[in-house]
Design a binder for this molecule. Structure first.
Ligand code: R7I
Ligand code: MG
Ligand code: MG
Length: 305
């Protein structure tokens, strides 16, 4: 059965992957900007929208006892700060919600089908924690939470994939089994093709160079170009140190904060806080707040049905 240490590992792993990946995200301009704003006054590593939205999800679940989309939409909108590096579409949606627009209108106001970005998937691990004892309720909850900002079917598909992998990592299932079981949520060829490639590599114990992983599975901000990549990396490094995994993530390039957040959450759910690098945790922004939140999620998680 999952432990409190694993819950803490998942939340802190997500935030650490986000904060350590952020300096490598995007192109030269993004990296320069993060050099200017990526450290707090106290010298700690800042995290980005990935962690902020995860905190919002966790706090809303704990306050409301279940998914309350209206409450969560308000929290997302209240927490928005440009300096957390939100995706451009997500930023516009959140500003509309802050201005009073219903999230059910705002979520398709920028892209007609809703966003297919990975912003829904990056916060999905929190649902796996909260619904760890009620897995039957997990997928519907993930869909409800993702729709608020990422209504596109591929945005939702990525979130289902990451949530399911997190749940199975809590149970410390075999890495290949995790990938295949999580991949069973996938329908679109953009996902299933990547799952097939990643499963072939995992089954053969092959770890290609980061550049090849990025080329074949993706490293972009679309859910279909990052979720499988993050899972493959987390599962390939399941028995290796966190730092080695994160080094691989940063060398994949592209959306490194979000790859780091998703891989960090899945890795941390399996290995627990005990596996995370202590010296880096000490330099993580608001680490004690995140630990407290993870413990609240552990004791407040949904009771078994
Ligand atoms: O998905 P999202 O919240 O965040 C994506 C990334 C994460 O890495 C964050 O850490 C942050 O760094 O940004 O942001 P969105 O703006 O919803 O989606 C990301 C991008 O995907 C958009 O800015 C668009 O470029 C693209 N996109 C689409 N383009 C065309 N049509 C998403 N959905 C569509 C679409 O339907
Ligand atoms: Mg981010
Ligand atoms: Mg990102």
């Amino acid at each position: 059965m999952e432990s409190e240490d694993q819950f803490e590992g998942c939340v802190l792993g997500l935030a650490l992957g986000d904060a350590l990946g952020a300096p490598f995200e995007g192109g030269a301009v993004e990296r320069l900007l993060w050099r200017l704003i990526g450290t707090t006054r106290a010298g700690e590593m800042r995290w980005t929208d990935d962690t902020q939205m995860s905190v919002d999800v966790a706090e809303s679940l704990l306050a409301r006892g279940a998914v309350d989309a209206d409450d969560l939409a308000r929290r997302f909108a209240r927490s928005y700060r440009w300096s957390r590096g939100y995706g451009p579409g997500a930023a516009r949606v959140l500003k509309k919600i802050a201005a009073g627009q219903d999230w059910q209108l705002a979520n398709r106001s920028v892209y007609p089908e809703g966003s297919y970005g990975n912003g829904g998937a990056m916060r999905a691990p929190m649902l796996a924690l909260f619904y760890a004892r009620r897995p039957d309720a997990l997928l519907e909850a993930v869909e409800q939470v993702t729709l608020i900002t990422h209504a596109h079917p591929r945005g939702v598909e990525g979130a289902l994939l990451v949530a399911t992998a997190t749940l199975l990592s809590l149970r410390q299932a075999d890495p290949l089994e995790i990938l295949l079981a999580a991949g069973a949520c996938s329908r679109h060829v953009e996902f299933t093709r990547s799952i097939d490639i990643a499963a072939t590599w995992l089954a053969a114990g092959v770890l290609p160079k980061p550049r090849q992983v990025a080329a074949e599975l993706g490293n972009g901000i679309a859910a279909a170009r990052s979720c499988v990549t993050a899972l493959f990396v987390a599962l390939s490094f399941a028995d290796r140190p966190f730092d080695e995994m994160l080094d691989f993530v940063t060398r994949c390039g592209g959306d490194t904060d979000t790859l780091g957040a998703m891989a960090g959450a899945v890795w941390g759910a399996r290995r627990g806080k005990a596996g995370l690098p202590l010296e880096k945790l000490r330099r993580l922004e608001q680490a004690s707040r995140l630990s407290t939140l993870s413990r609240a999620l552990y004791s407040g998680r949904c009771a078994a049905a």
